[in-house]
Design a binder for this molecule. Structure first.
Ligand code: SF4
Length: 466
C-alpha cells in the first residue's frame, strides 16, 4: 500500500534521534484530507505539502530559514491542537520546472564502465490529465487541472540530457495528449538520435501516430486499455470502445512498441455479459502482447469512492491491510489512499475467474510461441498481393494470400473503418460480397469486428518500409 508506512516509520526514527529535524511530507498520499489526517494522527510530521510541491515547499523552506511567512496556501501545519492550512499553489503550464540533472549525470559518467549505468530521465510534458474522466481513477488527487509545458521547453530538456550523454527518458505525464504527442515525436524524429522513451497514452490514436511515435524514439508505452467490453468501458468512462483497444494493441505491435496495459477485473456491477464479451475478444488479441489482469481497487477521491451508491457499494472503509502497517491508535481517524468496500466482491471474483485463467494461459502460450516464431500475425506486401502468416494457439502456422481487391480492402482496414466507408471505397463490389469477405476474415481471426466497424489484425512485418 505505497510508501507511506515506510516513510512514516523512517520519519519517526529520525525525529526520535534528531528532534530538531523538521519533517515535511508531500505527494499524492498526502493530498487534501489525507494530508490533514496525517498531521492529526502522526505528531512527528511537522508539515504536509498539499498538492503540487514546487511553490509551497519553496516558500515553506524560506519560512523555516526565517526569510518569509508561512505560505498561505498549499501547506498543512499545526497551531496548538489544530491542523491549519488550506488550498494549493498551482504552477501554470509555461512555468512547469525543467530539471536538468547534470551534476548527478556527471557523477554517473565518472563511474568505471562496470559500475556505470544509464538512468531513465524523468520528463514532464504536461501536468494533470487531459481526459480526467475515468471513474476508477484517483491519479490526480494532487494535481489541479490540466496544463501543458511549452513544446520548446520539453525539447530543450531532452537535448540538454542528450548532450550530457543520456538517451533514455520516461514521460511522467498521466497521458500525453494526442496533439502534443504528435508535435513532440515529430520533432524528436528529426533529431536523428537513438532515443528510448516511455510514455502513457490513451487508446485514441490512429495507426500513423504509433509509427510516428516509434520514429521519434518511443519504445515502451502504457495505454489505459482496462477492459475488452464496450459496455464496461462505458461505465468506466474511458471514452473508448473494445475495437479502439484492439486497434491500439495491433498498432503497438506493428510499431514495435512494448505495450504495458491492464485489464481491470471485478469492477463493481460488472455483468456476466461483459465477462462473456471479454472472453469472446481474447482470441482476437492473442497475437499481441498479453494484458496484465488487476483486480479493481477503490482509491480515495475516485468517482466510485465519491459516489459509492451508483456502483452498488453499501459501505466503504479503509483497506484492512493498513492494520499490518499501522497500530490501531494511528488508524483511528486516518484517511488513507486505498479503501475497501461492502458490495458484490464475491460475485465479481467468481464472474471474472475464467478471464483471469484465460489471460494467464494466453501469457504462457504467447511467450512460448513468440520465442519460437517471433511475431504471431504479420503480413508481407507483394505489391498486388499480401502474404499473411498466422501462428495460431497451439503453434499451427497458417499462410493466407490476399490478391487484388482483397489485398486493398485488407490494407484499407489497417485503421478502424465502418462498413459504410468500406462500401464507399469499393463501389464496384456489392454489399453482400464485402460482408461475406469480412465475415470470412473474421472467422479466421484476421479481422476484428465490433458492430459495423472493422480492423485488420495482421500488421506489416517490414516496418522499415512504413
Ligand atoms: S486513468 Fe489515466 S486517462 Fe483516465 S482519468 Fe486517470 S489519468 Fe486520466
Amino acid at each position: 500500500l505505497n510508501q507511506l508506512g515506510a516513510s512514516l516509520w523512517a520519519a519517526r526514527w529520525l525525529k526520535e534521534r534528531f528532534p530538531e529535524l523538521v519533517v515535511i511530507f508531500g505527494g499524492s498520499s498526502c493530498a487534501k484530507e489525507l494530508g490533514r489526517s496525517l498531521m492529526a494522527r502522526f505528531p512527528w510530521v511537522d508539515f504536509v505539502v498539499n498538492g503540487e510541491g514546487e511553490r509551497p515547499l519553496f516558500l515553506l523552506l524560506k519560512h523555516l530559514l526565517g526569510q518569509g511567512p508561512l505560505p498561505e496556501r498549499g501547506v498543512f501545519y499545526r497551531a496548538g491542537p489544530e491542523i491549519r492550512g488550506e488550498g494549493t499553489l498551482v504552477v501554470p503550464g509555461d512555468e512547469l520546472p525543467s530539471p536538468i540533472y547534470e551534476d548527478y549525470l556527471r557523477e554517473v559518467l565518472a563511474l568505471p564502465p562496470d559500475k556505470r549505468f544509464f538512468p531513465l530521465i524523468p520528463l514532464e510534458a504536461s501536468r494533470g490529465c487531459w481526459w480526467f474522466k475515468c471513474r476508477f481513477c484517483n491519479l490526480n488527487l494532487q494535481w489541479q487541472g490540466f496544463r501543458r509545458k511549452p513544446l520548446a521547453k520539453v525539447l530543450r530538456e531532452v537535448e540538454a540530457h542528450a548532450r550530457a550523454g543520456f538517451l533514455d527518458f520516461a514521460f511522467m505525464d498521466n497521458a500525453l495528449s494526442p496533439k502534443e504527442a504528435r508535435a513532440l515525436f515529430e520533432k524528436l524524429a528529426q533529431h536523428q538520435r537513438d532515443y528510448r522513451f516511455f510514455a502513457e497514452l490513451r487508446a485514441v490514436h490512429p495507426r500513423r501516430d504509433y509509427l510516428l511515435f516509434a520514429r521519434g524514439g518511443l519504445k515502451w508505452v502504457q495505454i489505459g486499455i482496462e477492459a475488452l467490453s464496450t459496455s464496461l468501458l462505458t461505465r468506466l468512462n474511458k471514452g473508448t470502445t473494445t475495437i479502439d483497444n484492439v486497434a491500439a494493441m495491433r498498432h503497438c505491435a506493428e510499431a514495435g512498441l512494448r505495450l504495458e496495459a491492464n485489464l481491470i477485473l471485478e469492477f463493481p456491477g460488472s455483468t456476466p455479459e461483459e465477462v462473456e464479451e471479454t472472453l469472446s475478444v481474447l482470441p482476437f488479441v492473442f497475437p499481441f502482447r498479453p494484458l496484465n489482469t488487476v483486480s479493481f481497487w477503490l482509491g480515495y477521491g475516485s468517482h466510485v469512492f465519491s459516489h459509492p451508491g451508483q456502483y452498488g457499494l453499501k459501505r466503504v472503509y479503509p483497506h484492512p491491510n493498513y492494520a499490518y502497517l499501522l497500530p490501531e491508535k494511528y488508524r483511528k481517524g486516518f484517511v488513507p489512499l486505498v479503501w475497501s468496500y461492502v458490495g458484490d466482491r464475491r460475485l465479481q471474483k467468481r464472474l471474472w475467474q475464467p478471464v483471469r485463467q484465460r489471460v494467464a494461459a494466453w501469457e504462457r502460450e504467447w511467450k512460448s510461441l513468440t520465442a519460437r516464431y517471433g511475431s504471431l500475425l504479420t503480413y508481407r506486401d507483394g505489391g498486388d498481393f499480401l502474404l499473411i502468416r498466422q501462428v495460431a494457439p497451439g503453434g499451427k502456422v497458417l499462410h493466407h494470400r490476399l490478391k487484388g481487391t482483397s489485398r486493398e480492402i485488407y490494407l484499407f482496414l489497417q485503421d478502424i473503418r465502418p462498413l459504410s466507408e468500406v462500401k464507399a471505397r469499393f463501389p464496384a463490389l456489392t454489399t453482400e460480397k464485402i460482408e461475406a469477405f469480412l465475415r470470412d476474415l473474421e472467422q479466421k481471426r484476421l479481422v476484428f469486428r465490433e458492430k459495423d466497424r472493422f480492423i485488420a489484425l495482421a500488421y506489416r512485418e517490414n516496418t522499415a518500409a512504413l
